[in-house]
Design a protein. Structure first.
Lengths: 156, 423
């Protein structure tokens, strides 16, 4: 029987506490609700299995994000899908919003969901996507414009 | 309500429904939500120890296989032996080829030139290719192209994302100079097909618009065996269908063998998840070459090898597999109990025809089970494990092209086995 070193568990626990939310949200933004969450779990499991190596990486979250993204390529259905808005929330949230989000390009969707749904800063999104803050802002603005065209913006 | 406010509300709703994982859900196989199929990776340790023991006993197992066959009146001629030359290339020597976030380049060959790509569909604008004549020295070539594997007669590649029209196809003889190619089938659909045994010219003139099912859900696979094209594909209810064609234009439906219906059918009770089923075609279930087509499947008892000369009638030849593959479950026990003994791609091996025979390499995307051996066969009957040193290299990603087997690993860079049959 293999006994996992307690130091591994402790350091992986610290990693999870610090980064689980970011990784999960990033993959859900990219891949949709259910698939994103599943590949986040798979990516974290991969990180745990290879923790000795992953922990030494400069950017383990970015690495596991890539792992999850690659995993998602083989998921079915390939269409990105976001969870429908429950009936009791529809006065507040436009029911067409999930489909409109899914219809955005991958980069626009990632930027819009992370910035506006999950309240990431532009710098955080830029670090994840490996592009400049300006590029993130452009993706986000174009994505928001597309959403407004699709579902309108009552408050604006 | 403003769009920004709606998105913020939707984000909170999302977190309520798809909230965080606990550490235990990731590290403890007995904890977790009932919908997950995530392998509890640390639980593989005992299986890996078992695999190591099996690997030590492999020569005995191989001898046993040989003796079993000696009692069989239908024993084939002994296979020719192969001469394997090993070459090592450090990560530094690989240059930009080794600098990707994951060591997952794909490698294809036209016989003289090897073409590698970093095969990231998500970042298709940044996709890169490299060419090499010896597998050792690589030069960066055209960017943005995804080479299509399993073909002969030059290179075929597409530009764009496999799921996002338009997909543009290009062809090349040397991997460096590309010209536009116009396929007879919708390019977007063509890009998602797994090919084996066809030439570039044949792929481009193939017409898949008139498959027997009126609602083809997934393109599936197309291979050529003899002079016949064979396709397995999913219909709109996600059961697998098959069709054959002699000219690549007119297709006739044929029955799907039971083992393939079970292996590829989304509605099969043995299907662990949609993901696993769709991966089975992408991951090398079939490989055509040398006048026949082989198929590999797996279940909780081990791997199964099948052989066909027409793509429709199959004979199981599992007894010729190495004992480690025949008896090592490719699935199941490492998954949560609720998944039962349902088969999964995890731990399975994929087939690739090469200039000299076939390889059986662990499926690796990205879970390359540690200790999984890579095997080579000249005739599809007798399988030998390639160098244990390379085959067990930590996290080696294995690609077969031309007469070479490439083992990429983050620890050891690139190890290449060049296989030449001895005359």
């Amino acid at each position: 029987m293999t006994v996992t070193a307690s130091s591994d568990v402790e350091s992986f626990t610290r990693f999870m506490v610090a980064n689980e939310t970011r990784l999960r949200q990033a993959l859900m933004a990219r891949c949709g609700s259910q698939v994103g969450r599943e590949v986040a779990q798979d990516a974290l499991a991969y990180g745990w299995e290879h923790w000795e190596r992953v922990r030494e990486l400069d950017n383990p979250v970015g690495y596991l994000y890539k792992v999850g993204r690659n995993l998602s390529r083989h998921r079915r259905p390939r269409l990105v899908m976001f969870v429908e808005v429950p009936y009791d929330r529809t006065p507040d949230i436009e029911p067409a919003l999930p489909r409109a989000l899914a219809a955005l390009s991958a980069r626009q969707r990632t930027a819009v969901v992370l910035v506006h749904c999950f309240q990431w800063t532009l710098s955080e999104v830029a670090g994840l996507m490996g592009i400049s803050k300006t590029a993130v802002q452009n993706h986000s603005e174009r994505g928001m414009a597309s959403l407004k065209r699709q579902i309108g913006d009552v408050g604006s | 309500m403003s769009l920004e406010k709606q998105l913020a509300d939707y984000g909170r709703l999302h977190e309520d429904l798809f909230g965080p994982f606990s550490v235990e859900e990731i590290t403890d196989p007995t904890v977790g939500d009932s919908n997950s199929v995530t392998p509890r990776l640390k639980m593989r340790r005992p299986a890996l120890i078992l695999a190591a023991i099996v690997a030590v006993l492999l020569p005995i197992g191989g001898m046993s296989v040989w003796m079993d066959r000696a009692d069989d009146s239908a024993v084939l001629d002994p296979p020719t032996t192969e001469s394997i030359t090993w070459s090592d290339v450090s990560k530094d020597q690989l240059g930009s080829l080794a600098r990707g976030p994951l060591p997952l380049p794909s490698v294809v060959s036209n016989g003289d030139v090897y073409l590698a790509s970093d095969r990231s569909d998500d970042d298709y604008e940044e996709r890169q290719t490299w060419t090499s004549t010896d597998g050792m020295t690589w030069e960066q070539a055209e960017n943005g192209l995804q080479p299509v594997s399993g073909l002969s007669g030059g290179f075929l590649a597409y530009r764009g994302h496999i799921d996002v029209p338009p997909v543009q196809f290009l062809r090349s003889d040397d991997g460096r100079t590309w010209t536009a190619a116009t396929p007879s089938t919708d390019p977007t659909r063509l890009a998602s097909i797994t090919w084996s045994g066809l030439s570039v010219d044949e792929v481009l003139r193939l017409r898949l618009a008139r498959l027997p099912s009126s609602h083809v859900h997934e393109a599936g696979t197309v291979f050529k065996v003899g002079s016949r094209f064979v396709t397995y594909y999913w219909n709109s209810v996600e059961t697998v269908e098959a069709a054959v064609s002699s000219d690549g234009e007119t297709w006739e439906p044929v029955d799907v063998p039971e083992f393939l219906a079970e292996w590829l059918d989304f509605s099969s009770p043995r299907a662990l998840s949609d993901r696993d089923i769709s991966q089975r075609l992408w991951s090398g279930t079939f490989s055509a070459g040398h006048g026949k087509v082989l198929a590999v499947t797996s279940d909780s008892e081990g791997h199964h090898l099948w052989e066909s000369t027409d793509g429709i009638t199959w004979n199981e030849i599992s007894a010729t597999l190495p004992a480690a593959l025949r008896s090592h479950p490719a699935t199941s026990k490492e998954f949560r109990d609720l998944a039962g003994a349902a088969p999964s791609i995890y731990g399975s091996h994929r087939l690739t025809a090469m200039d000299s025979g076939w390889t059986l390499a662990p499926w690796h995307y990205p879970f390359a089970p540690e200790g999984s051996g890579t095997y080579h066969s000249l005739d599809g009957m007798i399988w030998n494990q390639l160098s244990p040193e390379a085959a067990t290299a930590s996290q080696a990603v294995v690609h077969t092209a031309g007469n070479k087997v490439f083992f990429f690993s983050s620890d050891q860079g690139l190890q290449i086995a060049t296989i030449n049959p001895e005359s």
